[in-house]
Design a protein around this ligand. Structure first.
Ligand SMILES: Nc1nc2c(ncn2[C@@H]2O[C@H](COP(=O)(O)OP(=O)(O)OP(=O)(O)O)[C@@H](O)[C@H]2O)c(=O)[nH]1
Ligand SMILES: [Mg+2]
Length: 291
């Protein structure tokens, strides 16, 4: 796996430059290149400059540690837990292809390994894409969890409603709901999500309802505009950094968390069920900034 390493590049510019204006300019370019976005990169460099000057930082290791600190303030982490006394619903959001359905299956596996068997339902509320329901059913069979679905093209809100009623009737504790990443247009998608959100809000207490946005970490700054759209539409509680095993630059997390205040909950590191970890800020920063 070839990772984009800010640390490597930092070392290179550190060798050729003293810590001066040129150095900070080059650093800004590197941060932009890592997908942090221009606004975040400028403000990080500004803060680093001020702090470095104040502390009299002049060697590579101290500067890197300071950079880690400055970036760290811009990332928050979501503390995921399940309330075993009630029904919990996680709605998975994201544009098509980012890894929603796979992340749902992996989340089911993670919950099984951490909580035993709390009674999990996969809710096939992506009724837009023909194969989506089958895909979820296959995961359900493999993982030994129930899948609630209706026909392709049916009302996603009705699927969610059924899932909640069914979980209530059977005492199941966690509903992982898929959603369509694409509709005929953006306005339709937003309207549909708002409808689903209302149905859930009327039935599940706020603390037990989580909205996780899946971000494909290889898509770069596009991820920020996606986050803005979903966050504005229904509010996102946390984001999942999917496909982080590929040669993702990863700076997008700084952009999303820093600008929108959305914390990160999981990191997807492959296609197998076990390839989902709780997001670790330390690991993320080490990956991004160490050589
Ligand atoms: N390498 C890698 N591949 C992943 C990861 N997560 C998902 N994928 C792959 O990405 C592709 C798309 O994943 P899906 O889960 O179908 O994505 P989706 O968002 O549900 O897509 P739509 O239903 O079409 O909107 C699949 O081939 C997955 O195996 C990951 O963390 N790492
Ligand atoms: Mg899907």
């Amino acid at each position: 796996m070839i990772k984009f390493s800010i640390g490597q590049k930092l070392k290179e510019i550190f060798r050729s430059n003293r810590i001066d204006e040129n150095f900070f300019e080059s650093l800004e370019d590197i941060l932009v290149e890592s997908d942090m976005g221009i606004a975040a990169s400028v403000s990080i460099v500004q803060e680093l400059k001020t702090e470095a000057l104040k502390r009299g930082t002049s060697d590579y290791e101290s500067l890197k540690t300071l950079l880690k600190e400055v970036v760290s303030h811009r990332i928050s982490v979501y503390d995921f837990s399940i309330d075993m006394g009630k029904i919990n619903l996680i709605l998975f959001l994201g544009v098509n292809g980012v890894g929603k359905t796979t992340t749902i299956a992996k989340t089911a596996k993670l919950v099984q390994s951490e909580y035993g068997n709390p009674g999990i339902i996969l809710s096939a509320a992506d009724t837009f894409r023909a194969a989506a329901i089958d895909q979820l059913q296959i995961h359900g069979e493999r993982l030994g969890v129930r899948v609630i679905c209706q026909e392709h093209g049916s009302d996603p809100g009705a699927v969610i409603f059924d899932s909640i009623e069914s979980a209530k009737a059977r005492g199941e504790r966690i509903i992982l709901a898929d959603t369509a990443g694409r509709m005929h247009n953006k306005a339709n998608l937003v309207k549909e999500l708002q409808k689903i959100d209302k149905i859930i809000k009327n039935r599940i207490p706020e603390d037990n309802y989580m909205k996780f946005l899946v971000i494909d970490s290889t898509t770069g700054q596009n991820g920020l505009s996606q986050a803005e759209i979903f966050h504005e539409a229904i509010g996102v509680d946390a984001a999942v950094m999917a496909k982080y095993d590929s040669s993702a630059r990863g700076g997008i997390a700084v952009s999303i968390s820093g600008k929108l205040g959305i914390p990160f909950v999981f990191t997807g590191t492959g296609e197998k069920y076990g390839d989902l970890k709780r997001f670790s800020k330390k690991e993320y920063l080490d990956n991004l900034l160490d050589v």
